[in-house]
Design a protein around this ligand. Structure first.
Ligand code: ADE
Length: 230
């Protein structure tokens, strides 16, 4: 049976999970808190990383290497690029890229460094489980590309750059770094985001208003998936 890591970036992204799981045991490690728990007979380790690629890399690696998780699910919120995505809608990452990784001056494409890849694919089986859960609950989910960077994007020009360079559907600040860790360590992973804003000039205000509600939508969906993971 799998030992499933569930991570978010912010406390609000994991609090809805902690309210529903059982047998919670808090472990302090590497300046963070990890919550061992069970849900519907499944073994979980839940943590929020803090915002950004560096903290999320540390947390994903810790969940796998120290806690022995063999599957990783990420739950959280994102800014929409694809106009079909409205606040509260869900996006499943098919692939993720780093929009702020830039050594283009040496002739490389945006998002690429030698021995890396512009995009990393998520696990097909976990995406299938997500689509089943969506179907059973009559929920619309979009599957697409998520772009990650160490910037809260609240600017139409930056959003347009990310859209045209990576054909991304949504953007956030942790998914691609978690993808790098899981891909390197051969751990199947899944990244889910509910939309909190549209990364335009109003993004800061929208985020403040909708982040908590969207984080709950994402967390509930993730817990539904846990039931279906072997
Ligand atoms: N997460 C949610 N909204 C975001 C935005 N506009 N930029 C970066 N990360 C986000």
């Amino acid at each position: 049976m799998s030992k499933i890591a569930i991570m978010g970036a912010m406390p609000e992204e994991i609090e809805p999970l902690l309210k529903k799981v059982e047998n919670v045991n808090k472990v302090e490690y590497a300046n963070n808190r990890y919550y061992e728990a069970t849900y519907q007979g499944k073994e979980l380790v839940i943590a929020y990383s803090k915002i950004g690629k560096v903290f999320s890399t540390l947390t994903a690696a810790t969940l796998i290497e120290k806690f022995g998780c063999d599957t990783l699910l990420f739950s959280g919120v994102a800014g929409a690029i694809n106009p079909e995505l409205k606040i509260g809608d869900l996006i499943i990452a098919k692939q993720l890229c780093q929009h702020d990784l830039d050594i283009t001056v040496f002739g490389h494409p945006h998002g690429y460094v030698p021995e890396g890849a512009v995009c990393i694919q998520t696990d097909t089986k976990l995406r299938e489980i997500a689509k089943e859960v969506a179907g059973n609950n009559n929920l619309k989910v979009i599957e697409g590309t998520i772009a990650t960077g160490d910037q809260f994007v609240a600017c139409s020009d930056r959003k347009a750059f990310i859209s045209s360079t990576f054909e991304a559907d949504a953007l956030e600040m942790e998914g691609a770094s978690v993808a790098v860790v899981c891909d390197a360590l051969n751990v199947p992973f899944f990244i889910l985001r509910a939309i909190s804003d549209t990364a335009n000039d109003d993004a800061g205000m929208d985020f403040d208003e909708f982040m908590v509600g969207s984080a709950i939508i994402s967390a509930n969906f993730i817990l539904d998936m846990v039931k279906n993971i072997e």
